[in-house]
Design a protein around this ligand. Structure first.
Ligand code: SAM
Ligand code: DTB
Ligand code: SF4
Length: 328
């Protein structure tokens, strides 16, 4: 008997098709998403990435959700770019706990030439540990992307966060077009792309439709698609607005986003990213069923808490899931 054909990878999704997926009865949506998930991935396997904030706070951008913007009073202490040795030591510890990818995040609008040299050294060191490397440093030009690639960078994270229409209500110091330009620059430099968004910014369902539509109609799908649930940070304008309006993301609406992302981008890693600390084990299990197959692992995201590593190990064991092994 011949194997059933793989669901095709498409980059020509229409907005109406994406909206139609969101409208499906939940079980129909989950069934379709899980069926596609099994064609491309082992459903028991989850990829684990560890994050490190290599430069915290003091960011000139005004993203309304972010603890690290100079425009908001969140009480976060800004720090300088971390020493190379400290980054490599942290990556080694993450590898020894089972992480296969190390993601270095900096609160930059864009890195300066002197910073790129030092970050390239960090990347080289982490690459030599045998881990996959990822960085998220804001906007990049072609030369910077090439330097990082040469140092051993595998992935570049640069999120679109929400729809193009809603974006100006979230960030005013850069445009959606700026984000798309950097995504093209890093892809052209031969880097793998990690790009997703945040759910719970006060967006409408149509904004979720448009965000996923934009991601799924890029010339090449992002290799990793992080779906973050907003972490409400005291002192940020968006957290204040949500506290006043009482508006919160419905857990089942969040699962729908994961499922639609899985259907639209069958071969991409969909990461259940920020917000897991506020999620029940049952909601996370449903997200894995819907097609999430990557998590951040370790007690801290960039500036906010993540579930403790032993709690995640226990959860994966109870679900009969296992972390993806490092390729040798
Ligand atoms: N400054 C760089 C940039 O914006 O691209 C890199 C670091 S930035 C903190 C990385 C991503 O983290 C943002 O694009 C956003 O999607 C996510 N993020 C930041 N704060 C968050 C929050 N409070 N809740 C959920 N996701 C958040
Ligand atoms: C992504 O999509 N989420 C991560 C990573 N990429 C860089 C960041 C989440 C940050 C959550 C808020 C914080 O800890 O500051
Ligand atoms: Fe700066 Fe990134 Fe935070 Fe925006 S999300 S304020 S660019 S660190």
């Amino acid at each position: 008997m011949s194997e059933p054909a793989l669901t095709a990878i498409r980059n020509d999704w229409s907005l109406a098709e994406v909206a139609g997926l969101f409208q499906l009865p939940l079980h129909e949506l989950l069934f379709r998403a899980h069926s596609i998930h099994r064609q491309y991935f082992d459903p028991a396997e989850v990829q684990v990435s560890t994050l490190m904030s290599i430069k915290t706070g003091g960011c000139p951008e005004d993203c309304g959700y972010c603890s690290q913007s100079v425009h908001h009073n969140t009480g976060l202490a800004a720090s300088a770019l971390a020493p190379v040795e400290e980054v490599i030591r942290t990556a080694r510890a993450a590898r020894d706990r089972g992480a296969t990818r190390f993601c270095m995040g900096a609160a930059y609008r864009n890195p300066k030439p002197s910073q790129i040299g030092k970050i390239a050294e960090m990347i080289r060191g982490v690459h030599e540990l045998g881990m996959e490397t990822c960085a998220t440093l804001g906007m990049l030009n072609a030369e910077q992307a090439a330097t990082l690639r040469e140092a051993g960078l595998d992935y570049y994270n640069h999120n679109l966060d929400t729809s193009a229409n809603f974006y100006p209500q979230i960030t005013t110091t850069r445009s959606y077009g700026d984000r798309l330009d950097t995504l093209k620059t890093v892809r052209d430099a031969g880097l793998k792309v990690c790009c997703g968004g945040i759910i719970g910014l006060g967006e409408a369902e149509q904004d979720r439709v448009e965000l996923l539509h934009t991601l799924a109609t890029l010339a090449v799908h992002p290799d990793s698609v992080p779906i973050n649930q907003l972490v409400e940070v005291e002192g940020t304008p968006i957290a204040t607005e949500l506290q006043e309006s009482g508006q919160r993301v419905d857990a089942l609406a969040f699962v729908r986003v994961i499922a639609v992302a899985r259907i639209l981008m069958p071969a991409s890693r969909v990461r259940l990213s920020a917000g897991r600390n506020e999620m029940s084990d049952e909601l996370q299990a449903l997200c894995f069923f819907a097609g999430a197959n990557s998590i951040f692992y370790g007690d801290c995201l960039l500036t906010t808490p993540n579930p403790a590593a032993d709690r995640d190990r226990d959860l994966l064991a109870r679900l009969g899931m296992r972390p993806e092994a490092l390729a040798s």
